[in-house]
Design a protein around this ligand. Structure first.
Ligand code: RFL
Ligand code: PHB
Length: 389
């Protein structure tokens, strides 16, 4: 088998790249370890930057998002009962889009199927070969058969636990990591969201976030110890914890109900350098992870795809390798700024085990500064809606 671009991983990064390339007549094959239903069953990100929304439009898959997504012009940050409203449209000139990763992925799979583009599900033993030569290829097993896919380039979009990153030799690769001493317990519930904007809250009991998917589907999170298991948390215990961590006016009017999904995610900051080795490009979670506090995981994946898509276009349409050579540097320059923002939001809003009174005063002072300074609000707004590509 032969294709122009072999895409490892059928998550949002791989599918978005595949769809963008397809629209330009560039052939790509996607190899995915799981089934489509499994990928669509993962509840993850919910907030899309305008840059992501534009890429979805360029990929021809924005219709349902434009109809069902909700644009948010701001967000609330709370510290106990004190609240600061951050106005995105005023300070950054644009809103964000609330539309779940599950829906993004579904729209991309539907478009891929409609286009007749090839996807192999349930692939095993994926191995990236000769990526530092001009003739890379991928071997894998599919339905009991050994297969070989020859290609011009390989996009490693296979997430944090994929095989692409570790194909880059350790002597070439540097990894930077920070693991946080807590996780997020998240639930989905078919209840109306407590507020029409997201609420990020730092309370005495720890962090909480009130988010949503649509008018009758809420997504809520509370900070929890890493030793907790989702099944140990009853719905009642979750609602009690959430209400204790958000300002009273919201706690009083929150509508509770049974959870339809409950899971715990650990929090991590991680970056792999470089993001290209020969003809292999790392994209999305394969190259970097952020703690979810700034809503940047999926959005950082999209910026990689933007740089790689344009690099491949330049190569195939203009016979220039300039974009390919520059890919890792361009992607990392934006990634590190996004890492900084996600780390800062996480540091500001969580209670850390062993946090001393001075650290707590620093968090309070930071929030007081944010409250008083329009410049600080503007900086937050610009980062939250997304730095330019
Ligand atoms: P994904 O979504 O992990 O997709 C990678 C795909 O590659 C497949 N794969 C392989 N395929 C073939 N061969 C192999 N050897 C393979 N190994 C893996 C996997 O099955 C999978 O389908 O990475 P991608 O596309 O880069 O997308 C990134 C986003 O998914 C991610 O950044 C965000 O979801 C991060 N994230 C969140 N981001 C937010 O902005 N807000 C959130 O609330 C939020 N919640 C989350 C999250 C990530 C989580 N993870 C990874 C544990 C909650 C969780 C639980
Ligand atoms: C979500 O809705 O899942 C969500 C929203 C904002 C975040 C993280 C997660 O910062």
């Amino acid at each position: 088998m032969r294709t122009q671009v072999a895409i490892i991983g059928g998550g949002p990064s791989g599918l978005l790249l595949g769809q963008l390339l397809h629209r330009q007549g560039i052939d790509a094959v996607v190899l995915e370890r799981q089934t489509r239903d499994y990928v669509l069953g993962r509840i993850r990100a919910g907030v899309l930057e305008e840059g992501f929304v534009d890429l979805m439009a360029e990929a021809g898959v924005a219709d349902r998002m434009e109809k069902e997504g909700i644009r948010h012009d701001g967000t609330v940050l709370a510290f106990g009962e004190q609240q600061v409203h951050i106005d995105f449209t005023r300070f950054a000139g644009r809103p964000v889009m609330v539309y779940g990763q599950t829906e993004v992925t579904r729209d991309l799979y539907d478009a891929r199927e409609k286009a007749g583009a090839e996807t192999f599900f349930k692939v095993e033993d994926v191995t990236l070969c000769d990526v530092e030569t001009d003739a890379p290829y991928v071997t894998f097993r599919h339905e009991g058969e050994d297969k070989r896919l020859d290609c011009d380039y390989i996009a490693g979009c296979d997430g944090f636990h994929g095989v692409s990153r570790t194909t880059i030799p350790e002597s070439v690769r540097t990894e930077f990591e920070k693991v946080y001493p807590f996780g997020w317990l998240g639930i989905l519930s078919e209840t109306p969201p407590v507020h029409d904007e997201l609420i990020y809250s730092n309370s005495e009991q720890g962090f909480a976030l009130c988010s949503m998917r649509h008018r009758m589907l809420s997504r809520y999170y509370v900070q929890c110890p890493l030793t907790n298991k989702a099944e140990d948390w009853s719905d009642d215990a979750f609602w009690t914890a959430l209400k204790a961590r958000i300002p009273q006016e919201y706690a009083e009017r929150i509508v509770t109900g049974p959870s339809i999904e409950k899971s715990i995610a650990p929090l991590r900051s991680f970056v792999c350098e470089p993001m290209r080795w020969g003809r292999l490009f790392l994209c999305g979670d394969a190259a970097h992870i952020v703690p979810p506090t700034g809503a940047k995981g999926l959005n950082s994946a999209a910026s990689d795809i933007y740089y790689l898509y344009h690099a491949l276009l330049e190569h195939y349409q203009e016979k220039s390798t300039a974009g390919i050579e520059a890919y890792s540097g361009r992607a990392l320059a934006r990634i590190w700024k996004t890492q900084r923002f996600s780390w800062w939001m996480t540091s500001l809003l969580h209670r850390f085990p062993g946090q001393d009174p001075f650290d707590l005063k620093m968090q309070r002072a930071e929030l007081a500064f944010l409250n008083d300074s329009e410049d600080a609000q503007a900086a937050l707004a610009r980062n939250y809606v997304g730095l330019p590509y």
